[in-house]
Design a protein around this ligand. Structure first.
Ligand code: NAP
Ligand code: MG
Length: 517
């Protein structure tokens, strides 16, 4: 079968690729498994140097890569460069410089006198083959950062990119190969979710990182669970923003608008519901409408385009249905609300809704497009209740001039990441963890936590042949052992008085037991 890749802005065909059958996927995973031991044996420092070379190659290729991302996803070129390429570069830089230290083995001295002189070693080893199934909204940033972490940790990778956007993933893998990653260590299998994706989920992988919708994610998860395959699920979101009465007004308006309309609203961590304190509400709405009306839709490759095309051809109809549902329930559309067929088949205006009832689909479901409902609140308890009234828990934002108060309020919001006075951007901060609560998924990517999830922990404990305290707990049992443990537990965990009382007897008992060794 042939997979046609389209330019969402023009509808023209960008490429025709033959897709991977189920057998192709099984064969790719087999090659991946065969290649893994040698890649794992190279050691983390060698792999870090390969990733540093990849970073240099991506930097050189940044404009070409951004063009590929922009063309196949429909997002403005500046976002392709400043978000997708930058995130991938940052992930490579972080993996190359910080990663080896995080993966280094650690030795742990045992403090209990019974175990004196013994040492535990905690070592991180690769899981084996990591499967990655990724979405189209950040076609380089998401699979790129996931794959770099997996590779640095010594795993091999089989990646199934979204069928709308396979070209960025292929270009990414090409750069890795040029940097010195063997072909079988980093493979891309192109094809539909139903066939190629499903085959990867059912293949002999050790971990599967799925990023995508809740609907598909839950079905994938169920299959992985049956086989006890480790999974990481990065699913949808309906992130709230809470704008408090003391919010830095201008930055809050601009931040919320960027959070909602960046990538034409097709961001997992987009600001999908905004709650504004009543004292600011009218002013906030007026400013938001003024800014949203000024956003320029158009050709993603033109530098002053703010909003490009929607990637999924079905999205324009979906957005129209969301607006209609809200309108029917009493909401008012203050700007936007329509498709823009004059620009192309896949453009939709940035839309602001007010008077939106709580049961409107724009508040209860994930809206993956440029629609922003703005809802007033009276006090913070109400704001927190509204923010948490969602099946999702990916990220959230709080806007206030009092950052200490913002931090405290952030703890009350059920979400994997809460930003105070900014939105969504931490995906680009490679040091920080990424992962959602509730329906938004489980498991972590990014930062030391994400990197460590690409490994399993091996614990090796070494005891000298004749340890200091001997092995007093060995057979034979008897009254002597009972007294030894009675004194020992009091000595170790009791008051000073108990320690003084039990110390001398304990020592002689220990010496007696050592003689019996
Ligand atoms: P999607 O429809 O769930 O697809 C995600 C990936 O899964 C695609 O590669 C898709 O292939 C594949 N797939 C579809 N059916 C499959 C199956 N039965 N078995 C295995 N794989 C299958 O999601 P999307 O529309 O691409 O992306 C949008 C969603 O992703 C939104 O909900 C968004 O919030 C979420 N997202 C979450 C994060 C996060 O970090 N939490 C980040 C980005 C996006 P096809 O392309 O061929 O359908
Ligand atoms: Mg989809």
């Amino acid at each position: 079968m042939i997979l046609s890749v389209h330019d969402p802005a023009t509808g023209s065909v960008l490429a025709e690729l033959s897709d991977a059958t189920r057998e192709d996927v099984v064969a790719a995973v087999r090659r991946s498994r065969e290649a893994q031991p040698a890649w794992g044996a190279l050691g983390v420092d060698v792999r870090a140097r390969v990733i540093a070379r990849f970073r240099d190659l991506l930097l050189e290729d940044r404009l070409g890569m951004a063009q590929t991302v922009s063309r196949e996803s429909g997002k403005p070129f500046a976002e392709a460069l400043g978000v997708d390429v930058l995130i991938c570069l940052d992930a490579a830089q972080w993996c190359a410089t910080e990663g080896p230290g995080i993966l280094r083995s650690e030795s742990i001295r045992l403090m209990n006198p019974l175990f004196l002189g013994r040492v535990s070693h905690v070592e991180r080893e690769p899981l084996g083959v990591v499967g990655i199934v990724s979405p189209w909204n950040y076609p380089l940033a998401i699979p790129g950062s996931n794959a770099l972490h997996a590779l640095l940790a010594g795993n091999t990778v089989v990646l199934k990119p979204a069928s709308f956007t396979p070209m960025s993933a292929l270009r990414f893998a090409g750069l890795l190969h040029k940097a010195g990653v063997p072909n079988d260590v980093m493979q891309v299998v192109v094809g539909s979710g139903q066939v190629t994706g499903d085959a990867l989920v059912n293949a002999d992988v050790d971990r599967l990182i799925f990023t995508g919708s809740v609907l598909v994610g839950h079905a994938v998860e169920a299959k992985l669970r049956e086989r006890s395959v480790k999974s990481c699920m990065e699913l949808g979101g309906s992130d709230p923003a809470i704008v408090l009465a003391d919010a830095p007004f201008d930055v809050a308006v601009r931040g919320v608008l960027w959070g909602r309309f960046t990538n034409a609203g097709q961001t997992c961590a987009a600001t999908k519901r905004v709650f504004v304190h009543r004292s600011l509400y009218d002013r906030f709405v007026a400013e938001a409408v003024r800014h949203a009306s000024a956003l320029r839709l158009g050709d993603p490759m033109t530098p002053d385009t703010d909003i490009g095309a929607l990637c999924d051809p079905r999205a324009v109809d979906e957005m129209t249905a969301f607006v209609e549902d809200a309108r029917k329930r009493g909401a008012r559309v203050l700007c936007g609300g329509h498709a823009r067929p004059d620009l192309g088949k896949q453009f939709f205006e940035p839309t602001i809704l007010v008077d939106v009832p709580a049961d409107a689909r724009v508040l209860t479901e994930e809206v993956f497009g440029p629609i922003l409902p703005i809802v007033p609140f009276g006090d913070e308890d109400e704001a927190v209740r509204l923010a948490n009234a969602s099946a999702f828990g990916l990220s959230a934002s709080v806007w206030t001039s009092d950052t200490k108060h913002g931090h405290d309020l952030a703890r009350r919001i059920v979400a994997g990441t809460v930003n105070v006075n900014d939105v969504a951007y931490t995906y680009a901060a490679s040091e920080t963890p990424w992962g959602g609560f509730k329906d938004s998924g489980h498991g972590l990517t990014h930062g030391r936590w994400g990197l460590l999830e690409m490994t399993r922990l091996r614990h090796i404990n070494v005891t000298p042949p004749d340890p200091i305290a001997g092995r007093p707990w060995y057979f034979p049992y008897g009254a002597q052992l009972r007294d030894f443990f009675d004194q020992g537990t009091q000595f170790l965990y009791g008051s000073l008085k108990q320690k003084a009382r039990t110390g001398p007897g304990l020592t002689s008992n220990l010496l007696r037991r050592r003689k019996q060794k």
